[in-house]
Design a binder for this molecule. Sequence first.
Ligand code: FMN
Length: 189
Amino acid sequence: MSGDEKAGTPAPDQVTPAGSDWDFKSAMALFATGVTIVTTHERGLMHGSTVQAFCSLSLSPRLVLVALSKDGRTMKYLAKSGSFAVNVLNEEGEELARRFADPTKTSEERFRGLDYRLGSTGNPLLNSALATVDCVVEKVVEAGDHVVVIGRVVDATASGTALGEARLPSVWPLIYFDRNYARIERKQS
Ligand SMILES: Cc1cc2nc3c(=O)[nH]c(=O)nc-3n(C[C@H](O)[C@H](O)[C@H](O)COP(=O)(O)O)c2cc1C
């Protein structure tokens, strides 16, 4: 790269993005992901919300990351608790995803009627989850209106799909794509 090309790269705080916020969100909506419920707790009170921004980060040590709204309740609970768990929803989890994304619902309403157990961190692990990853907070990085939370994995569980067992509906993931919930289409075998 020549000196001139480098000189043409603006500093991040000098960037005026092209297009509208809606255009940006539309582009991001075309990145298909699974759907998770991130759970946490503080002094015996559980909380959780629907989170798409989750990924595996490192094997040694085992790290994952989630990105949470700075102003959301989940981030407030998590900051106090110092731990969180990621629950990967199965394809029947659409109602749960909607419930845990509904800002009008209390913590109690979100967990009502759900079967769960507590991880060693005290975080709720949903029994219906395809996989669970229980973590303590390693690091938090503020980024715009969100916070990237890096978790050190305490325990991870996987259901049948990952173990190569029978592919029952409960071991297929819920997908979020283009602002809609979707399922993976099964190939006939
Ligand atoms: C499919 C889907 C994915 C979402 N992913 C995220 C996410 O990655 N991070 C986030 O902060 N909020 C995400 N949300 C929004 C939160 O679930 C929603 O704002 C929720 O009400 C936050 O709850 P809280 O204020 O109790 O934390 C998502 C919502 C949906 C429907």
